[in-house]
Design a protein around this ligand. Structure first.
Ligand code: AR6
Length: 171
């Protein structure tokens, strides 16, 4: 069953099987949601991501959630926006798709995403929200373990953009 929710909140407080981290290719932490997740998970998270040796843009890797309420953190570097002609849309799709694939491989039922790439990486918000919601909808149509995905938006503008995108795909 398709079940996509959009809420306003802080992803580090989510009681779900996996939260997704909008990371960078080093997977060694940073600002924004990445910094918040590392602070809330504790230093064990950095110790774990150091063993992953980074990730390519659009790829996803998993660790435990350590001090977070979530069981796992799925780390994915989204694309940096360079104007739209450097495969940014496909790479953003890949971040959502590969994160969900990894969630399924780890038997997750509930997954929460932040708005990947729309902060420091400057991906245009409405376009990112469209790619995200379409990818989630398509994935959930044939998902085996994942039954519920929540988009956790940190501010009103982001929340409105994802609500609009969901409305546009008639969910
Ligand atoms: N919960 C949910 N969303 C949040 C939270 C939170 N606690 N904190 C911020 N956001 P960004 P990016 C929102 O910049 O654009 C990092 O330095 C934020 O308001 O975190 O993918 C990484 O290490 C925005 O809507 O991620 C990378 O270097 C969204 O999360 C780089 O930033 C994404 O903003 C990744 O940039």
């Amino acid at each position: 069953m398709t079940n996509i929710k959009v809420i306003k909140g802080d992803i580090t407080t989510m009681h779900v099987d996996a939260i997704v981290n909008a990371a960078n290719t080093t997977l060694l932490g940073g600002g924004g949601v990445d910094g918040a997740i590392h602070r809330a998970a504790g230093p064990e998270l950095l110790a774990a991501t150091m063993k992953l040796h980074g990730a390519q843009t659009g790829e996803a890797k998993i660790t435990a959630g350590f001090r977070l309420p979530a069981k796992y953190v799925i780390h994915t570097p989204g694309p940096i926006w360079h104007g739209g002609n450097q495969n940014e849309a496909q790479l953003l799709h890949n971040s959502y798709f590969n994160s969900l694939t990894l969630a399924e491989q780890n038997n997750c039922h509930t997954v929460a995403f932040p708005s990947i790439s729309t902060g420091v990486f400057h991906f245009p918000l409405s376009q990112a929200a469209k790619i995200a919601t379409e990818t989630l909808r398509d994935f959930l149509e044939t998902a085996k373990t994942v039954t519920e995905v929540t988009m956790v938006c940190f501010d009103d503008t982001t929340f409105a953009a994802y609500q609009d995108a969901l409305t546009q795909i008639n969910l």
